[in-house]
Each structure stands twice: as structure tokens, then as C-alpha cells.
Design a protein around this ligand. Structure first.
Ligand SMILES: Cc1ncc(COP(=O)(O)O)c(C=O)c1O
Length: 389
């Protein structure tokens, strides 16, 4: 299938980009918080991977070049230098590599929130065996995490504060600059899990002033499974010596030296083994397509769709658990359900793809969705009203 340029003559964002995503010929897809829709560009990139394999046999040099292209593409996306970015196979592997390289002797506390994806909690709790003390900042009764809760939890014994930009369970966005300010005042690092934000809204590591950031390309970056990225602030890279490591983290990968550990002087030290080559082809295609479509414009467009959705949900008497303040939410809107699994299945039978977490239906519009998709969701929810809580 040939890829085409995004047509900038048409007015609305979905009018310009929707034809690149064949799923819309059959289904209403509002599940980008789980996985982005497949584009012609990503399909072509996989075909290219197979064609290159056929043509060159073992094109290792080109594969290494693809890894560098992926690194550069992600760095550009989050305003990092290339040397500050590691190519990983998941968000988890980058975070695990960081955690394995921290020492908990002088400062032992790890502060995280109750909004973390399981992998984050699990990786930090695993460090308890190495002397870490893990403290959870809890949400208030209204579902938000007030900044005072961070004020209370972060202290002079805190080594790192691990927060998620947008919560996968309720769509809420943490006030990152405020948390960073408190953490840095007290000498602690900040790790940001940006998986639910990157690609859906502008994420700038320098503007946010975070020390480390993990992300992947499966969702709003339109890539596929198997590829993640890990950012480490340049001046911090050489302070961390990951013990979860591998040959692609070495300062000279092709020296093939098995007699010592000399990690790269760049964020490459957070890598591990053979790069996820097929996923790199797809991830680069997805990231470049998203850059072409426009992430800032996508964010504005999605906020408009959310306003339409929230108005309709209110009219249905639904319980929305996502914050009303647009600055405090990401791209997904979560709605309480008496049986979220049954609701997702019922919508699926109506040709609408959604997902559920924590007793809530998740509706996550992206650049390709238009007002007609929101209408379709609302009409279907009216039919299945008995499954709303
Ligand atoms: C916020 C968040 N963090 C992390 C992950 C998982 O990342 P990975 O499987 O790449 O480690 C997800 C996936 O859904 C997520 O939503």
C-alpha cells in the first residue's frame, strides 16, 4: 500500500488524516490509550523490513542505523539531545535499567503515586531488596492528587520521585512542574512515565525539567509493540551504572569485549540486548507520521472532542472520573460502569472499539477521530445505559 502525504488543504484534522487509517472503513476506533490505529505508513514500514531482510540477508549496519534514526526521531519529539535517549524494548526495561543503577545508601526513599502503571510500582518495590523504601502518595477523596500530598511525602531522604504524566486508569494529569520544583528543592530526581501523554500532547523534557523519562510508541505515537525510549538528563547519565545491562549498552558495542563492564557515556547505557528492529521500522514511521500530523494541533482537536463527549455524558447522567479541568487531563476520558467488561463488549458489537480499566470505560480520541465518532459513542452509550454506573 502506498503512503501518501497528509493533505493540508482540507480544513479539519480528521478530514486530512483519517484516510491513512483503514480501520475507520469498518469500525469507530476510540482506543488510542491502548494502541494507536494502524496507518498505511506503519504497514508499509513492516513490508520494508521484510523486503530489506529478503534483499540484504542480514543488514546489521542498516539495522543499527535504524536504531539511530529511532533515537533521533524520539529525541526531536521530546526536545532531548540524541545522546540523552536510549532505545529500549519497553518503557519497563528503561526504568528497570535506571533502578538497577541507583544506590539507596545515602538516600533511600522512592516516592510514587497511586496513579502509576503496575510496572512502575513493581520495579520500585523490587528495589526494596536493595535497600529502597517505597512511599505512595495517595489521591484525595475527589480523585485528584493535591500538591500538598507531594509536599508531605518528598523529603531530604528522597532519592527519586516517580510520577506518571497521565494516569491510565482515570485520564488525570499530574502537575509535573510543581512536583519537579518540590523534588529538586529537596535534592531528589524525578522520573516521568510519559506513555499516556507522548504523542497526544507536546512533551518537552527541558520545559518540564524532568531528570528521566520513559515512554513507548504503541499508543498516541502510532507505532507498535516492542519499542520504548528512555531519556536521561545529559549531566546525570554518567552518575548511574545500570546493573541490568547488555551488550547494546556498551561504550563500543562491536568491540565484543566480554571481559569488563564499560557502559556508554551516553544514555545508550540504559539499553540492553539486540534492538527491536521490526518495531523500530514501525515506530519511526509512526513517530514521523505523528510529527507530520501535528501533536499540538492534535491536542487542541482532542480537547474539542472531549468537550463534546463530556456534554453528552452529562446529558446521559454518566459518572465521569476524569478531571473536568482540561489542563488536568490527558487524551482519555473514563466513565464509571457497573460492568465495564460487558460495556466494552457491547460497544464492540456496535462496531466501536474502546477499553476498560478499574471499573471504567476508557474513551480515547486521537487525531483521526471526528465529532461523528463521539456521536456514535454517545448513541451507543444511550442504548447501553444500564451498564453506566
Ligand atoms: C502509563 C503507562 N506506563 C507504562 C505502560 C507499559 O509500558 P511497557 O509495557 O512498554 O513497559 C503503559 C501501557 O499501557 C502505560 O499506559
Amino acid at each position: 500500500m502506498a503512503t501518501e502525504a497528509v493533505d493540508t488543504q482540507l480544513s479539519s484534522l480528521p478530514e486530512r488524516v483519517r484516510h491513512r487509517f483503514p480501520i475507520f472503513e469498518q469500525r469507530v476506533y476510540v482506543n488510542s490509550c491502548s494502541q494507536g490505529a494502524l496507518s498505511d505508513a506503519v504497514r508499509t514500514s513492516y513490508e520494508q523490513y521484510l523486503a530489506d531482510w529478503d534483499e540484504y540477508g542480514a543488514p546489521w549496519e542498516y539495522w543499527v542505523e535504524r536504531q539511530e534514526a529511532g533515537r533521533a526521531s524520539f529525541a526531536g519529539l521530546v526536545n532531548a539531545a540524541r545522546e540523552e535517549v536510549a532505545v529500549t524494548t519497553s518503557l519497563s526495561s528503561g526504568v528497570a535499567s535506571l533502578a538497577s543503577g541507583l544506590r539507596f545508601a545515602r538516600r533511600s526513599k522512592v516516592v510514587l503515586t497511586d496513579w502509576e502503571f503496575p510496572t512502575i510500582g513493581q520495579i520500585w518495590h523490587a528495589q526494596e531488596a536493595r535497600g529502597a523504601r517505597v512511599v505512595h502518595v495517595q489521591a484525595a477523596a475527589d480523585g485528584t492528587i493535591p500538591i500538598e500530598h507531594f509536599e508531605r511525602a518528598i523529603d531530604d531522604d528522597t532519592l527519586i520521585v516517580s510520577i506518571t504524566h497521565v494516569c491510565y486508569r482515570n485520564g488525570a494529569m499530574v502537575d509535573v512542574p510543581e512536583v519537579v520544583r518540590i523534588a529538586h528543592e529537596r535534592g531528589a530526581y524525578v522520573l516521568l512515565d510519559a506513555y499516556q501523554s507522548v504523542g497526544s500532547l507536546p512533551v518537552d523534557v527541558k520545559a518540564l525539567d524532568v531528570d528521566f523519562l520513559g515512554a513507548g510508541v504503541l499508543k498516541y505515537l502510532l507505532g507498535s509493540a516492542g519499542l520504548g525510549f528512555f531519556y536521561a538528563r545529559g549531566e546525570l547519565v554518567e552518575k548511574v551504572f545500570p546493573t541490568a545491562t547488555g551488550w547494546f549498552a556498551d561504550e563500543d558495542i562491536f568491540a565484543m569485549d566480554h571481559t569488563d563492564y564499560s557502559p556508554a557515556r551516553t544514555a545508550v547505557r540504559f539499553q540492553s540486548g539486540t534492538p527491536p528492529v521490526p518495531a523500530l521500522y514501525a515506530g519511526i514511521a509512526g513517530m514521523e507520521l505523528m510529527k507530520e500530523i501535528g501533536i499540538r494541533e492534535t491536542r487542541e482537536h482532542v480537547l474539542e472532542l472531549q468537550a463534546q463527549l463530556l456534554e453528552g455524558l452529562d446529558a446521559l447522567g454518566a459518572t465521569v472520573v476524569t478531571p473536568r479541568d482540561p489542563d488536568r487531563r490527558g487524551a482519555l476520558v473514563c466513565v464509571r460502569s457497573s460492568d465495564a467488561t460487558a460495556l466494552v463488549a457491547a460497544l464492540d458489537r456496535d462496531g466501536i472499539v474502546t477499553s476498560e480499566r478499574d471499573s471504567s470505560l476508557r474513551i480515547s480520541p486521537h487525531c483521526y477521530n471526528g465529532p461523528e465518532d463521539v456521536d456514535a459513542v454517545l448513541v451507543a452509550l444511550r442504548t447501553h445505559r444500564e451498564l453506566l454506573a
